[in-house]
Design a protein around this ligand. Structure first.
Ligand code: ZN
Length: 411
C-alpha cells in the first residue's frame, strides 16, 4: 500500500513544522533542499532517519513544537553512548492514549476489565502508555510496574486482574510461578497484552495454555510514541498499525528500496501528526513484513507480521550470516524441547564456535535430542553447532527481556 494523497499532505505539514522549528532535523531537511513532496515517488526519495541521528540531537535537538507546548519527555536507552530524548506535546500524549485505547479495544478489553500493568514507569515509556490507554478506556488500572513476583501474584489474586500487560519473558515467569504454587484456580486472567520482544509460537502456546488466556502482541517503540502503535485483533492475522497516525513502509535493508507487500524487510515509520518530535522515514531496524489483503475483522489498518528480529541481531559466525530466529524455528520443530534456549558464541583457537543450550520439556534422552537438533541446525545455517540439552528451568528467566544470544567473542 503506497502512501495516500491525504498522508502526503500530513507529511508536508510535518516537513513545514520541522523547517520552521529550524531544529536538528529541520536543518538537515533544509540542507538537502527539501521543502515538501507531491507524490509517492517524492516520498520514497526522502532521506531516512536513524537512531544515531536522534542521538546526535541530544538533549533537546528534536524539539519541534515551541517549548511552552511540550508537556513531557521520554527517553530511549542507548546501548552505546547517549540516550535519545523525545519531547511530547499535550496532543501527542493524548494521541498516544487514543491509539492505546484502540489497542485494548482490538483485544476485546472493556471498561469492566482490571488491567495489571507490569512494564516499568518512568523515562522509558512503556508503563505510562498502558496506563493512559487503560484510563481512557475506563478500565481499572493496577499499576504494578516490573518485578516483585510475590506481590504481583498477590495483587493478581486479590484484585482479580483480568488482563496482564507484560513482556513475554515475564508472562512466562509468572505462569511458571502460578503453576508452581498451584494457584491457577485463583487467577481470573482472560487476556495477555504482550509487548516489546520477539517471541516464538512455542512460548506463546506455553503461556496461553498454562494461564488459559488469549494473547495479543502489541507493537511500538519509544521514538514513535511508545508501545500501542499496533496490535493484532482476535483473528490473529498480524498487528494492525494505525494508518491515521503513522505510515509504515518495509524496505530492503541493503538496497534501501521499499519492497512489495508480503515481502520481509525492515520496518520504516513516518509519524503523520506528531508535534513534539515528528520523524520521517525512521529506520526501526525491526524485521517484519506487511501482510497483504484484508483482515476478516474488516479493519483497514495495515497489518505487520510478527517481528522476526532486528537487522542488528544478525550474527556473523564462521563467515555466515545467522539470525536467532533461524535457530528458534529449528528448536520449535522439536516437541521435546521447551521454549527456552540460549546461544553462546565464542572464539577459541582461532575458530568461531556456536553453542546452543536448550531446555528439555519432560523426560527425554538429552544426548540423542542434542544430536538431532545439531543435524537440523546445520541444514538450516550451514555449519554444525555444539548443542547441549539441559533440564527444564535451568536457563535464566527475566522480568524484562531475556537475553538469548551471548556473544563472547568481543569481551
Ligand atoms: Zn483484524
Amino acid at each position: 500500500m503506497r502512501i495516500s494523497d491525504f498522508q502526503i499532505q500530513q507529511v508536508n505539514s510535518r516537513i513545514d513544522a520541522l523547517i520552521a522549528a529550524d531544529n536538528f532535523y529541520g536543518k538537515k531537511l533544509k540542507a538537502a533542499g527539501i521543502t515538501g513532496i507531491s507524490s509517492a515517488d517524492d516520498f520514497e526519495a526522502l532521506p531516512f532517519s536513524e537512531k544515531s541521528d536522534l542521538r546526535d540531537a541530544y538533549p533537546l535537538g528534536l524539539m519541534t513544537a515551541p517549548e511552552d507546548q511540550i508537556v513531557r519527555i521520554h527517553s530511549s536507552s542507548g546501548t552505546t553512548g547517549l540516550p535519545v530524548i523525545i519531547p511530547y506535546t499535550r496532543k501527542d500524549v493524548e494521541d498516544w492514549a487514543i491509539m492505546f485505547k484502540r489497542c485494548y479495544e482490538y483485544a476485546g478489553v472493556t471498561n469492566r476489565d482490571r488491567i495489571q500493568i507490569t512494564p516499568g514507569y518512568g523515562l522509558w515509556t512503556a508503563g505510562i502508555g498502558f496506563q493512559a490507554g487503560c484510563e481512557l478506556l475506563g478500565a481499572m488500572a493496577i499499576p504494578m510496574g516490573p518485578g516483585n513476583t510475590e506481590k504481583q501474584l498477590k495483587m493478581m489474586v486479590d484484585m482479580e486482574s483480568t488482563v496482564l500487560c507484560s513482556t513475554s519473558s515475564y508472562a512466562l515467569l509468572l505462569s511458571e510461578e502460578i503453576e508452581k504454587r498451584g494457584i491457577r484456580n485463583q487467577i481470573k486472567l482472560k487476556k495477555g497484552i504482550i509487548g516489546s520482544e520477539r517471541w516464538s509460537d512455542k512460548m506463546r502456546k506455553r503461556i496461553s495454555e498454562s494461564l488459559g488466556i488469549e494473547l495479543y502482541d502489541i507493537y511500538g517503540l519509544t521514538e514513535i510514541y511508545g508501545p500501542g502503535i499496533g496490535i493484532n485483533c482476535k483473528y490473529n492475522t498480524g498487528m494492525h498499525c494505525w494508518n491515521d497516525y503513522l505510515y509504515i513502509e518495509i524496505i530492503d535493508p541493503k538496497t534501501l528500496r521499499p519492497v512489495p507487500d508480503g515481502e520481509f524487510g525492515e520496518i520504516v515509520i513516518t509519524t503523520l501528526v506528531k508535534e513534539g518530535a515528528p520523524l520521517i522515514r525512521y529506520r526501526t531496524h525491526d524485521l517484519s513484513r506487511i501482510i497483504p489483503g484484508e483482515c476478516p475483522c474488516g479493519s483497514k489498518h495495515v497489518r505487520l507480521d510478527t517481528i522476526m528480529g532486528r537487522t542488528d541481531d544478525m550474527m556473523k559466525i564462521k563467515g555466515v550470516n545467522v539470525f536467532p530466529s533461524q535457530i528458534e524455528e529449528v528448536l520449535q520443530s522439536f516437541p521435546e524441547a521447551s521454549s527456552e534456549y540460549q546461544i553462546r558464541i565464542s572464539h577459541l583457537d582461532g575458530k568461531d564456535t556456536m553453542r546452543i543450550y536448550v531446555e528439555a520439556s519432560g523426560s527425554v534422552n538429552f544426548q540423542d535430542l542434542a544430536d538431532r537438533i545439531a543435524v537440523k541446525v546445520k541444514s538450516a545455517i550451514g555449519f554444525t553447532p555444539i548443542v547441549k540439552v539441559v533440564e527444564n528451568g535451568l536457563l535464566p528467566r527475566s522480568e524484562k527481556k531475556t537475553k538469548r544470544v551471548i556473544d563472547e567473542r568481543y569481551d
